[in-house]
Design a protein around this ligand. Structure first.
Ligand code: AHM
Ligand code: MG
Length: 332
């Protein structure tokens, strides 16, 4: 148990010093994402005041047009990353195409960011937790020119870092650079993310499952058999409908999160680049597993398009293994 506050900035810099070859660029990028998270947090916390301050699309008291929060989060992150000077391009769930960033002061940047700026945003109106998800890759193209689409078509196993911010009862930022997972809780009194969860390890087995059971009849038979098994085993059903929140709970309490293919989403609903890969990276770093319904490891899937969807089963390793057995046994 540490007896001194360690801020996110301090922690990132301390980690950087452990690498003799580190240049500080990744450190700067992570710090800037932390700054954007604080700005988004401030707005998310004000969401309930929209009726007072002006409804989305209308003008508020100050005459500014009120923006949808997911678009606001997208803009703030892009702005912070542009100003950071450490990011050569961004692919966001909110943008049709990737956004190349011109070098600042002729300094070439070697990193790219993929992100879902505000995941679960349909929950905002009813005061349910939402999150930001991000992943960082090293670009493959020549850094003297603009980034290209192929730079973003990297597998999750090539992620340099990934993380999420959960705007919940408290705001917490969880990230990994491939050497374990750490969590930082925002102390609103000092405006700093402070190290609160060191070296997070997911329980081997949990006693809850997380799936939109309303779609049960639309799932394939092997998935229905596995869900029946969870229910027969008296596992609790926990589904917030905000992936970051569901994964955060599973990271600490164990369990499995499923988003299989349905008739509406034959390839699954969630996005490989912005949701499955970064969260798969975090969960694996914490000792868990993440596969799709064809039983491929999420991080080994080759992306073909920016907004590609993927099915997912992610969480405690023993539960993902068991789900895999059910699929192998009942698959037709
Ligand atoms: P979004 O990126 O449009 O917010 O959608 C992603 C969200 C996830 O957070 C959540 O797990 C899932 O959609 C819920 O979908 P459903 O309502 O179909 O269960
Ligand atoms: Mg999303």
């Amino acid at each position: 148990m540490q007896n001194r506050i360690v801020t996110l900035d301090e922690f990132i810099i301390r980690r950087q010093k452990e690498y003799t070859l580190a240049t500080g660029e990744l450190t700067g990028l992570l710090r800037d994402i932390g700054v954007a998270a604080k700005i988004i947090n401030r707005e998310v916390n004000k969401a309930g005041l929209l009726n007072i301050l002006g409804a989305v699309g209308n003008e508020n008291l100050h005459g500014d047009t009120v923006q949808k929060l997911d678009l606001y989060a997208n803009e703030k992150l892009i702005e912070c990353l542009k100003n950071s000077g450490e990011c050569a391009g961004i692919a966001s769930e909110e943008n049709e195409d990737y956004v190349p960033i011109a070098p600042m002061d002729e300094k070439e940047s070697k990193y790219l960011v993929v992100m879902d700026p505000l995941d679960g945003s349909s929950n905002i109106d009813v005061n349910v937790s939402v999150g930001t998800i991000f992943g960082i890759y090293r670009r493959k193209s020549d850094p003297s020119g603009p980034c290209v689409l192929e730079d973003f078509m990297q597998k999750g196993n090539e992620l340099v870092a990934a993380g999420y911010v959960l705007y919940g009862t408290s705001t917490i930022l969880v990230y990994s650079t491939g050497r374990g997972v750490n969590g930082f809780t925002l102390d609103p009194t000092i405006g700093e993310f402070c190290l609160s969860h060191q070296d997070i390890k997911i329980p081997e087995q949990g006693n809850s499952y997380s799936v939109n059971q309303g779609y049960y009849l639309k799932f394939d038979v092997e998935m229905r058999r596995y869900i029946d098994h969870c229910s027969d085993s008296n596992f609790g059903l926990r589904y917030i409908g905000s992936m970051v929140s569901d994964i955060h709970r599973i990271l600490f309490q164990g369990g499995i999160f499923l988003y299989p293919n349905t008739r509406k989403y034959p390839l699954g609903k969630l996005r490989l680049l912005y949701e499955c890969n970064p969260l798969g990276f975090i969960v694996e770093q914490a000792g868990g597993k993440a596969i799709n319904c064809s039983l491929e490891r999420i991080l080994d899937i080759e992306p073909k398009t920016l907004h590609q969807r993927e099915t997912i089963a992610i969480g405690s390793p023993a539960m993902v293994d068991e789900m895999k057995e059910f699929v192998e046994r009942y698959r037709v």
